[in-house]
Design a protein around this ligand. Structure first.
Ligand code: ZN
Length: 139
């Protein structure tokens, strides 16, 4: 089942998620300040570094490092029952901002802090949502 990621967005971040849905077809985007050049996350009306309101989603590398993670053993709802155990991680993107996402295509025992990851799209239930997988297959 495909879900519209803009459906639950607030008025404040609706523009960001609409843009991500478009950029998500070819890449990955993070909010960026046009005045100081810094990326940030979560979407907000002003840059947290310089307070400029000249912020917009901008293409980002889609690469990062596992900053922290947790293995989910108990499904939060019936929709996740077949997925457990799975990994939720804090990703330190190469651009700087940290974001929480699902880690796929890796066994929970193979995950470690510092693991290099890359963004992927197409994961259910919403193919427009960024999730992450290892840059290289674990050995
Ligand atoms: Zn700024």
């Amino acid at each position: 089942m495909t879900r519209d990621i803009t459906k639950d967005a607030s008025e404040l971040n609706l523009g960001y998620w609409k843009r991500v849905a478009v950029i998500g077809e070819t890449g990955f985007a993070l909010p960026r300040c046009a005045d100081c050049g810094r990326f940030h996350f979560y979407p907000r009306p002003a840059c947290p570094c310089c307070r400029s309101t000249n912020v917009a989603p901008s293409a980002a590398s889609g690469h990062g490092t596992i900053y922290s993670y947790s293995v989910v053993h108990r499904a939060p709802s019936a929709a996740f029952k077949a997925d457990v155990p799975y990994v939720i991680a804090i990703i330190a993107t190469d651009e700087g901002p940290h974001l929480m996402s699902r880690l796929i295509n890796i066994e929970p025992d193979d995950v470690n802090v510092g693991l290099r990851v890359k963004v992927v799209f197409g994961f259910r239930p919403d193919p427009n949502l960024p999730v992450f997988e290892p840059e290289a297959k674990p050995s």
